[in-house]
Ligand binder design. Structure first.
Ligand SMILES: Cc1cc2nc3c(=O)[nH]c(=O)nc-3n(C[C@H](O)[C@H](O)[C@H](O)COP(=O)(O)OP(=O)(O)OC[C@H]3O[C@@H](n4cnc5c(N)ncnc54)[C@H](O)[C@@H]3O)c2cc1C
Length: 507
């Protein structure tokens, strides 16, 4: 039987048709194009995957399908192992090429892509992967990296194709529903809405009014939800590209009236920097995939792995540590699937230094909770905030100070920890200091209605610092740090002598 020629556009974490190079490339030929998304059952078993991610993807796929239909060919959805599905398609069709974006993800996706590459090679099918952002494949070290990244970001967008030559008679396949049992790790709460139109909507509202106080509010829980861009899940699942966002920010900057320049410029520049950090962190995972499993600085491997206290872990994960601000942040994250940068850092700091939990274990809970789970940023940040990179300043957050600084009146705490609703403001950051009479009048007995602090911050931090000092003083520590810095560090970071508080997360 003579098989029809086709080309496949394989959608992964790039759920859009604008600025989508593989799709654009496919649209330049008259070969029938099969746009496919595969629900890889094996992936959804992994401890970093979650139903929350799927809900976001589900919205995005529905819209992607609509958009593709408009240009001639629906999105085909299949469920199972990618290799089996491609194998079946190769029985029916003569696949000439598979076009996709490069993905920097967990080792799981790296192995899968290699498997597909080999499979294509054996079948004589062209497997063409295109860069999707500023992350550079096969980079030896960071010298010159930011130049390449910035040039890429300045390139024109790949325009939205107007027509795809369709495939005759192919079943489109159903998009599994949001509560399909394929998606194992459940969540309770809400999920940020997915889909391309939502990405455009929130970017426009940010640029129109939400972003006016972006920097001022960036670390304020309860406020930053509205004033941060909230583009992170859209970037993770690719309903919009960084390049598109940068172009719109540039247009906004150019159109600012005299009076607005002062207010907007610093906020917009700050988003621009963060989009560059995004590539910077993902590049770390691209250059050294082992950072998903191993400490960047090898001297820290073995530091916390054997000390895993399940009681501490559960208290942290459920927001029952006895530290009101930590608990409020965790409960808010568990419900919303998002919390601001500083609060993420503080939650990791508390788990790492106060509870001495290993970053790999706490990382799974956070990965499942964040709708925006992006492996490159995630593992780099987990390692930085738990102090195992050897190239970053140790940042140990004091949960009481953070509480006073960012939630002085305890409004956020009371929203998420209702057990403390009647606790007077002066005790809200340290309710364990209330005398019995105040506990009674506040309807909150410590140890009964709300837990006692599971550790004493000042004591455990002293112990943590001495354990870390032993490592820092080991022979060869500095030499190893230099190797890490050379491979993974930002070459720009060293020049920025005076950094603001919020920039310290770079390097
Ligand atoms: C322990 C830890 C884990 C994290 N895990 C993730 C993750 O899995 N996915 C994720 O997208 N971000 C992660 N971050 C970074 C940051 O907290 C989020 O990107 C940000 O809060 C998302 O909200 P936003 O889109 O409103 O960000 P905005 O402040 O509006 O920033 C705009 C965009 O810039 C990028 N960005 C912002 N801050 C950072 C940063 N510090 N590093 C790299 N890129 C940044 C994001 O893509 C973000 O969408 C993590 C931070 C920490 C401390």
């Amino acid at each position: 039987m003579l098989k029809n020629n086709i080309q496949i556009v394989w959608f992964k974490r790039d759920l859009r048709i604008t600025d989508h190079r593989p799709l654009f490339q496919a649209s330049l030929t008259s070969i029938p194009t099969l746009p496919i998304y595969i629900v890889e059952t094996d992936y959804w078993e992994k401890p970093f995957s979650s139903k929350r991610h799927w809900c976001f993807i589900h919205d995005s796929l529905k819209e992607l399908r609509k958009d593709l239909k408009k240009i001639g060919q629906t999105l085909v959805v299949r469920i199972g192992s990618i290799k089996d599905i491609f194998e079946d398609l190769s029985v029916q069709y003569n696949i000439q090429s598979i076009l996709s974006h490069e993905e920097t993800g967990n080792k799981w996706s790296y192995d899968r892509d290699n498997e597909i590459k080999n499979w294509c090679h054996n079948k004589n099918i062209l497997f063409h992967e295109f860069p999707s952002n500023g992350v550079v494949r096969r980079l030896k070290n960071r010298t010159g990296w930011s130049k390449i990244r910035n040039l890429r970001m300045k390139e024109e967008l790949f325009s939205t194709p107007t027509y795809l030559t369709p495939i005759v008679k192919i079943k489109e396949g159903e998009i599994p529903c949001k509560d399909d049992p394929i998606f194992k790790n459940n969540y309770s709460g809400i999920v940020q809405k997915g889909g391309r139109s939502e990405a455009i909507k929130i970017l426009n509202s940010f640029l129109a009014y939400r972003g006016k106080n972006y920097i001022y509010n960036i670390s304020k829980p309860g406020v930053s939800e509205q004033t941060c861009t909230r583009l992170s899940p859209h970037l993770t699942w690719g309903t919009i590209s960084s390049k598109e966002i940068l172009k719109l920010i540039k247009t906004k900057k150019e159109s600012l009236l005299e009076n607005d320049i002062k207010i907007w410029n610093k906020n917009l520049s700050s988003v621009i920097s963060r989009l560059s950090w995004r590539c910077h962190f993902i590049q770390k995972l691209e250059s050294q995939p082992s950072i998903e499993f191993k400490c960047m600085h090898p001297f820290y491997d073995g530091l916390r792995e054997n000390n895993f206290d399940i009681g501490y872990y559960n208290a942290w994960k459920k927001g029952l540590t006895g530290y009101p601000f930590i608990d409020a942040c965790m409960r808010s994250l568990n419900y919303n699937g998002w919390i601001n940068f500083r609060m993420r850092a503080m939650l990791v700091s508390f788990a790492s230094y106060d509870l001495w939990l290993d970053w790999r274990k706490i990382g799974y809970h956070l990965a499942q909770s964040f709708t925006d789970y992006e492996p490159g940023i995630h593992y780099s940040q987990l390692q930085m905030q738990s102090g195992v990179t050897g190239i970053n300043t140790l940042r140990i957050y004091n949960p009481i100070k953070q509480s006073i600084d960012h939630d002085p009146k305890g409004k956020f705490i009371k929203k998420w920890v209702p057990e403390l609703n009647y606790v007077p403001d002066i005790w809200i950051h340290e309710p364990w200091k209330m005398d019995l009479y105040t506990q009674k009048t506040s309807n909150c007995f410590i140890g009964k209605n709300y837990p006692k602090p599971i550790v004493i911050h000042s004591d455990v931090i002293r112990q943590a610092k001495s354990k870390l000092a032993l490592i820092l003083n080991r022979d060869g520590y500095t030499q190893r740090s230099k190797i890490v810095l050379n491979k993974l560090g930002s070459k720009k970071g060293k020049k920025n002598k005076k950094k603001t508080d919020d920039q310290l997360e770079l390097i």
